[in-house]
Design a protein around this ligand. Sequence first.
Ligand code: FAD
Length: 314
Amino acid sequence: MVDVCEANLPYHASKVAAGLVNPLIGPKLNPPTDLDECLTEINNFTNYFQQICGVQFYEPIPLFRVFKTQKQSDLWKKRSITYPDLCVQQKILDQKEAAHHHINAPYGVGVTNCTRLHISSFLAYSEHLLKEADHWITGLNAYEEKNYDKIIFCEGFRVMYNPWFSNIPIAPVRGEILGVDSSLDTSVSNGTWAIPIADNHFLAGSTWDHKVIEAGPSAEGKAQILKALDFISVDTKKVSKQFSGVRTGTLDRNPILGCHQENKKFYIFNGFGSRGSTTIPLYAKQMVEYVLNCTPLPTRVDMTRFNKLNHLAQ
Ligand SMILES: Cc1cc2nc3c(=O)[nH]c(=O)nc-3n(C[C@H](O)[C@H](O)[C@H](O)COP(=O)(O)OP(=O)(O)OC[C@H]3O[C@@H](n4cnc5c(N)ncnc54)[C@H](O)[C@@H]3O)c2cc1C
């Protein structure tokens, strides 16, 4: 039997995240090392939920990648040859063609095969299922009242307040997102992104604040996003929403999974940074196999990789 305990605390990532699964990331447009495995598990996840409730929580979307430099455009051309499945087409749209989509792109646009997880629908559906089955408990540290055999802490950045795992070296980063009441032709990004989520509404983000972590949306965040969206035209009066949430980054940018060294009842599942929609289906599966069958975790995500670091800190 498994229960989920949720405290609905502020500034958590999943409540604000855009849910983009972008296979070519960063300024160098590299596919992450675990991408193939992640896409396989996203596919399994999609098929599973399609079968049980008829809803496709992951939706394929073309993402128009606006290049910032000629070098980036040349890199994308190489990636589209090496990884044809990750690109809608090998052709790069030139400035004129991009303008047809209302995108300003002097160095052109490459169209990536992206996917988007409808996070809020998926969370609402999961909560509904768990409540119906009487496996949902609302409240802070509600697990303390029950005598569970095992507890898996999936607390996002709040793991830093967890006495059992506060030594885990996380690097939290706050991010903001805007909601704009205007239509948008297509999902588009140059690192800063905008994605249509309804006929007359799009989301845009985001920011990276390493200093102020637990805080709501700010005027600086809004200005920063609007300034960075210089590749599309945005009517600033149409900005109707603003959100703020914290990504749980880690020092080596890999998730953190494992069991407490002394208290074998406590587990951790954390550190998904800015890629939870891509990575969580894969690592959740590995976590289940680790907890139930003691199947070893991949070294790159196993929390024991920090043992040396913690030892040095003592
Ligand atoms: C602005 C922004 C944009 C992002 N965009 C993307 C994107 O496009 N694509 C992508 O893949 N990722 C994106 N992310 C990252 C993604 O959202 C995260 O990787 C993912 O949501 C992490 O999920 P989580 O469950 O580990 O943590 P969280 O979403 O932080 O959830 C932790 C949960 O634990 C609960 N909790 C904490 N402590 C306790 C306690 N003691 N008792 C009970 N409950 C507790 C909280 O209430 C919360 O619901 C973005 C993040 C931000 C902030």
